[in-house]
Design a protein around this ligand. Structure first.
Ligand code: 5GP
Ligand code: MN
Length: 329
């Protein structure tokens, strides 16, 4: 069996991609892998299904990020690498093009079940805090020193997926890596400012308006926030990071699950769930074809907002009842 290392060593030209609306972990891991593969003498193209958000601009100083519109030709490549997700269906129309290319698809991912996705070869570990942490491991295993640009990518991945080291996935590996990354020249405070201190003037109003519409359900254990199409349009104009809504709701005493529902223009609803205690939100979104982690998961629900809200409330209720039952048993 070819090992993942051999796979990377024996191809010359790579196309790196990831999920739609790439987040900090996805982009950071791509940046780190870009520099790893370049150090091995390969040609590398990063081609995402969507452009990178403005707050991630700082990455472009060292790493070129491209995105594919349907009419654009793809660069030639021997292998594609899918980072921070494992299914081509999450890569938009680019996913279908990669499938049709017939080229091998490597997956580097840390989501539950990522070994059962579309990867012809996988480097996965659901216990890893971030996909970027896996790319850091690959550097070590392949004996490639971490460049400053790669270190910055890994750092972005870690802070994105551990909530700046606050979540329960911030384990010893994460803190050890963080120390090493800072020693390699990463300026965490500069990255923090780049990510969170350049918001559009309407972002405070958007946060206030979204939070003002939140509802508590299931005796205060479920907090729901929704962005309808009108708010989504405003959010798109202001490049508003809707994740900002999650934390204030998670901070409410008694709330065990936060649900953020966003109405998409194609009639579907994007749902994001976050759990505080022992509720497994990955199992909840799996019912709607989604995935993620135990405490942070998402899905695209093929239904309208009212139905999506009711479905989530019902599924969370079941899960709370089951958790209560197992506590009693
Ligand atoms: P978010 O709620 O921030 O979009 O995602 C939370 C976690 O769930 C992330 O790790 C993300 O990759 C995963 N996730 C979000 N949406 C989907 C989805 O539609 N399918 C799958 N498999 N995972 C998702
Ligand atoms: Mn991730």
């Amino acid at each position: 069996m070819t090992t993942f290392h051999d796979f990377l060593r024996t191809r010359q030209t790579f196309l790196l991609t990831g999920h739609e609306n790439p987040d900090g972990d996805c982009l950071g891991a791509q940046a780190a892998l870009f520099h790893l593969l370049r150090a091995l003498g390969n040609q590398v193209h990063i081609v995402n299904p969507d452009p990178i958000g403005r707050s991630f601009d700082f990455l472009q100083q060292h790493t070129p990020f491209g995105h594919a519109r349907a009419e654009d030709a793809l660069p030639a490549f021997d292998a594609a690498v899918l980072l921070d997700c494992c299914q081509l269906s999450r890569v938009g129309s680019l996913g279908q093009r990669l499938q049709k290319s017939g080229k091998p698809i490597a997956v580097i991912d840390h989501h539950v079940g990522s070994d059962k996705g579309d990867g012809t070869i996988c480097y996965v570990d659901p216990t890893a805090a971030a996909t970027g942490a896996l790319v850091r491991r690959l550097h070590r295993e392949l004996g490639v020193p971490l460049s400053k640009a790669a270190a910055e990518g890994v750092f972005l991945s870690l802070v994105a997926d551990t909530g700046w080291f606050r979540y329960s996935n911030a384990d010893a590996e994460v803190f050890a890596m963080a120390s090493e990354l800072v020693a390699a020249g990463v300026d965490g405070s500069r990255i923090f400012d780049a990510l969170y201190r350049r918001n559009h003037p309407d972002s405070a109003g958007l946060l206030a308006d979204t939070l003002a519409r939140h509802r508590l359900r299931l005796s205060g254990k479920l907090a729901i926030a929704t962005l309808d199409k009108a708010l989504m349009e405003r959010a798109a104009r202001a490049d508003f990071d809707t994740d900002a809504v999650l934390d204030p709701l998670r901070s409410l005493e008694g709330v065990e699950v936060v649900a953020l529902l966003k109405e998409r223009f194609d009639g579907t609803v994007k749902c994001s769930l976050r759990a505080r205690a022992d509720i497994d939100v990955q199992a909840i979104v799996a019912q709607f074809g989604g995935g993620g982690h135990k405490k942070a998961a998402g899905a695209t629900m093929k239904m309208g907002m009212v139905a999506a809200e009711a479905a989530i409330e019902g599924a969370v209720q079941q899960s709370l009842l089951a958790a209560e039952g197992s506590r009693r048993a």
